[in-house]
Design a protein around this ligand. Sequence first.
Ligand code: ADP
Length: 497
Amino acid sequence: MRALRTVWTRMGFLRSLRFRLTLSYVLFFTVLLVAVGLLFRRTLQLEMDGDTRATLEEEWAAAKGYLHIEKGHPVWVVDTSDPEETYIVEHLKHVYMLADAGGKVLESSQTYDSIGVDSPRDIQRILRNSTQEVRVRHDADGVPYMIRAGAIRGQRGNLYFFAMGRSIEANQRTVDNFMRSYYFLMLPGAIFVTGLLGWLLAGRAIRPLNLVAATAQEITGSKLSLRIPRRGANDELDNLIDSFNRMTARLSRSFDQIRQFSTDVSHELRTPLTAIRGQLEVALFTAERPEQFRDAMANALEDVENLSSIVRALLLLSQAESGQLALQKAALDLHKVAADVVDQFQIPAEEKGVKLTATLEPGATAMVDRTQMERLLSNLLSNAVKYTPEGGTVSVRVGPDEIHGWVRLVVDDTGVGIPQENLPHIFDRFYRVRSVETRQIQGLGLGLSFVAWIVSAHQGTIQTVSNEGKGSCFTVRLPMGMAAALEPAVEPASASL
Ligand code: ADP
């Protein structure tokens, strides 16, 4: 068994698609050609037997003319001076038999005897029904004869049984010879040519597949720009090539994001680390009094806290995006959740001199995870308060949406706004708008990444409208009630933002 498997593995080409395609062609054509051969054999046989039967009918009618039955005795009326006529009658009398109505044989040829004379019962049946019968019978040597039997009338009007036969051995031989040359010469030749053609065609058909395989092997993390050229045939293979190219483009984008993410993370971690190191070095080399050490340590601790919050947020985000953060969805009226979160932000908003208002309508029930909804609203509200200068307003609106079956959460502010060119990137990790207004404002650039994930994990959408210097408006829409529960979970990346 093992030896067999080794041979099979070594003969890897036997499992190749090209070989299997060729084998399928060959098998299909072999079955087809065998079937055609059988059909042809049958048609040829029927055709030849039909000819023989027509000839036999003519001979039977001719024999009837020469054969007279006088007083129960058969008399062949032949002009013996005419050699042609004598020959014809001799030929007709080669296979024949004559019997009376009782089934008694009056005369029969030697060949007919060897085929076997008809039984009285058969004779009586044919005479009674005055039918004619044609059938194939074999003589003692197995030679096939076509026999035509029927009734003829004697001089006195009595019915007699008369049968004549003709060998169909030649027909059989012709058919057999034809089949022999068809099956032993033409068929192997046709199979060989089919195999050859199949091999060439299969080779041509799978050439683009080999190209895809070769290109796929060349692709590495640093060579993701490789694309397979389309053949322009717009067929399944071009579809495959398109899908493959699209997949490589997606991979390339993912790799770029990962690269960018690593750069961002290292940068974000390096800044507080450098600050800590600086503070500790200064303290170590220059501080003399305990207060100076304490100050340095307090500053370092603040940066360590900063580092920890970055790491915590990153961990949470990666858990969320890798599906490790299970959502506990329940039907919740979002206006209650919003009321709690707005309450928490009243004091920080007041401290900053920002007016925080809320319009919360009941009836905004959706299947949501409460913790994540609180996080979503907190992040949006914290940004709104953070990026709205003193004297500005932040308003929260929650309620059923104009679009039937959806609820809407809106966080609107009169803050610094977001420049149009930055808008497409604000949901990217670590992305922060670096402008004069925002430079002094603390942040990690991860808040909106969370918002994006939470929205997509609830099969919702988020829309941002912002005017630089005038304010921003974030609108989140979530499917209402049980509809959300029935929807299948969607990957975060596929959410529309
Ligand atoms: P951050 O921690 O920097 O606030 P976010 O991911 O929450 O990070 O936001 C990304 C960036 O989007 C912010 O740095 C800010 O430039 C911009 N942004 C978010 N919300 C607002 C807002 N309400 N007004 C103005 N800019 C905003």
